[in-house]
Write a protein that binds this ligand. Sequence first.
Ligand SMILES: [Zn+2]
Length: 210
Amino acid sequence: MTAQFDQHAFEQAAEELCRYGRILYANNWSPATSSNYSVRLSADACALTSSGKHKGELTPADILAVNMHGEPLTQGKPSAETLLHTQLYQRDAQIGAVLHTHSPTVVLLSQIWAQDSLSITGWELQKAFAGETTHEGTVTFPIFANDQDIARLASEVEQSMKNNGQGHAYLIRGHGVYTWGKDLAECFRHLEAIEHLLGYQLELLKLRQS
Ligand SMILES: [Zn+2]
C-alpha cells in the first residue's frame, strides 16, 4: 500500500522543520550536520530531515517524506536514524513530532553517567513535560548504549518502552537525546527542558566533586 500524505501538510512541515533547525543549530544542540527532526504527516508517513545537512541552513529541499518503514516517498536520502523516529510514530498515534539533537550537555552527561537511566526530581522545570504537574514527581530518562545498527537500537528502545513506559525522552550514550511531543512546539519545549534539567545535573556533579 502506498503511504498517503497531504502535499500541503508536507510543505508546511518542511518549512517548520527548517525554522526549528535554525533555532536548534543556534543553540549549539545540532553541530556538524548531526541531529534529525521529523513531523508526522499521517498515520503512515512523516516529514524528516535528509541525511548530512547543516541544520542551521536547512531549506525545504532538505526535507523528505518517508513511510513508517523508513522508506523515502519523495526525493532525498533519509537520515541514518530514521527508524528511531518511525518507532515512536508507530507506537503512539498522539506523537506528532520528534527531535533528536547532540548538545554538549546531553553528550557529556550521558557519557559519564554510569547507570542505564537517569532520574530527576525536585525541579520546577519538570512541569514543562506534558502531563507532569509537580516538581515532586520523578522523571526518568533511559540511557541506551550507542549503536550504529539503528534497527537493533530501535527494537531495544521499543522493548524498554514496553517494559518501563514510554516516558518523555531517552538518551543515547555519548551521542544525544530523542524527545517527542504532540507537535513541534511541544516537542521543542520538552527538548529545552531536558537541556536545562540535565544541565543542572551536570553542574551538580561538578560542584559535588570540587
Ligand atoms: Zn544522532
